[in-house]
Design a protein around this ligand. Structure first.
Ligand code: AMO
Length: 431
């Protein structure tokens, strides 16, 4: 690389006396006159750079005096093993170049001593990412994406990318962002639901990771207007099959994160790590309604189960659980209805937070059309989707995980904005 030979975490492997160039940000400076120290950090680690009158050029000493916290620097130096240096070695400065200066004070304290408010941190997200904890959360986000992708590739799934600009609602009419598409009206996709179902005809097993949009005017700690969704759809499967895939994925993520050797310790939720060898419990909708009633909660059969209802049930705290077999009226048109009026559907919860929902889909065109009409939706707006159900649509099932919410559980954070790089909510459109 033009500006560096190594990342800082690679330096410990270098031999005594090796000359090398690093680049990064000044975390700290200490000036003892004849000896000056700079603590330099990059995205991997930090290292002590030392300047002494007798070993380094005079002009570097003068330059170091002008260097401030967060200036961007490039340092050429030699490795010196040292018992007193924290890392067991330091870099003896030979050349220093300031690549860019930083203004002071910074909009927020990045060395973790004073916690700025969430709003200030979000207003300055790139600077917030220089705080070790924030950086760890988003590196962990990336690890979980990697584990997830490997999990599905290993199982023979095909990763797909479906359109974000669409002409019809996928999850019913509400909550759509409308946009002008030349001389037509278009919408931002709420989910890849209809596409992923169609793709089971040619590809059988698909998954997609991407952002989707909901024009929900909520102002809560768990809703975003743009969220990351992990979607799967599997041909010849039913809801039990895809629930098993989901439980297996949670177990795999938990196991793999546990192996990361303490690197993410401070941002990992112990309760999540328990799932490397713990089963996920399952309750029917009816059972949960009865549990809510038993705790004195007010709920009628057929009503949605709210987070307030779940909070009443102490036994469901701090754990994953499935709620299955929801009544017909609580689930979207594409979910398969059973003869008793319940559906082949499920939600995956962790405490009162819904992480995932899915189910078996209706593959019979006539039944699907009846359901669309019964739900008061406009049949003609789905005609381009429905036509494929006449040409060999296999039975299929799938689900979608709200990825930012899953990351809340993995990290133990209680605001979805902590696990979203640039959150979009009712009040936030920048940065
Ligand atoms: P659903 O609408 O339940 O189902 O969404 C699936 C999951 O996505 C997450 N989620 C959200 N996360 C943050 N902000 C939001 N506004 C938001 N809305 C949803 C939740 C939720 O469980 N097509 C179906 C899935 C399927 O059947 O395959 C669907 O979209 O964690």
């Amino acid at each position: 690389m033009r500006h560096k030979d190594f990342y800082i975490n690679q330096l410990s492997n270098l031999p005594e006396g090796k000359e090398t160039t690093i680049a990064g940000w000044v975390e700290d400076t200490r000036d003892l006159g004849k000896i000056k120290f700079l603590k330099i950090k990059d995205c991997t680690d930090s290292v002590q750079v030392i300047w002494k009158t007798e070993e380094s050029p005079e002009e570097i000493g003068r330059l170091v005096e002008k260097i401030n916290q967060n200036d961007v620097v490039k340092v050429k130096g030699t490795i010196r093993k040292s018992k007193v240096a924290k890392k067991g070695f330091e870099l003896v400065a030979k050349e220093i170049e300031v690549l860019n200066k930083s203004k002071h004070p910074l909009p927020l304290e990045i060395r973790g001593k004073i916690n700025a408010s969430l709003d200030v941190r979000l207003d300055n997200r790139p600077i917030d990412l220089m705080r070790p904890r924030t950086a760890k959360i988003f590196k962990l986000f990336s690890e979980v994406l990697k584990i997830t992708r490997e999990f599905f590739y290993e199982k023979g799934f095909v990763e797909v990318v479906t359109p974000r600009i669409i002409s019809t609602a996928t999850e019913g009419g509400a909550n759509l962002f409308e946009l002008n598409y030349f001389d037509k009206k278009a919408f931002l996709a709420q989910s890849p639901q209809l596409y992923k179902e169609q793709l089971t005809m040619g590809l059988e097993r698909v998954f997609e990771i991407g952002t989707f949009f909901r024009a929900e005017p909520f102002d809560t700690t768990r809703h975003l207007n743009e969220f990351v969704s992990l979607d799967i759809e599997v041909a010849f499967a039913d809801y039990n099959d895809v629930m098993e895939i989901l439980a297996n994925l949670i177990r795999t993520i938990s196991k793999e994160l546990d192996k990361l050797d303490g690197e993410y310790k401070e941002v990992l939720n112990e309760k999540f790590l328990e799932y490397k060898d713990k089963e996920i419990e399952s309750y029917s909708y009816k059972e949960v309604v009865n549990m809510v009633k038993k705790e004195g909660g007010k709920i009628n059969y057929g009503e949605d189960i709210s987070s307030e209802h779940i909070k009443l049930i102490k036994d469901l705290k701090d754990k994953f659980f499935f709620v299955t077999d929801w009544p017909e009226n609580t689930k979207p048109f594409y979910i398969k209805v059973k003869d008793d009026g319940t559906t082949e559907s499920f939600d995956l919860m962790f405490s009162e937070l819904e992480i995932c929902s899915g189910g078996t889909r209706e593959e019979n065109r006539e039944k699907l059309e009846n359901r669309i009409t019964k739900m008061g939706l406009n049949l003609s707006s789905f005609s381009e989707h429905l036509k494929f159900f006449s040409y060999g649509m296999p039975p299929h099932a799938g689900w979608a995980i709200g990825f930012n919410r899953l990351m809340m559980i993995i990290t133990g954070e209680n605001n979805i904005r902590e696990t979203t790089l640039y959150p979009r909510d009712k009040n936030r459109l920048i940065p």
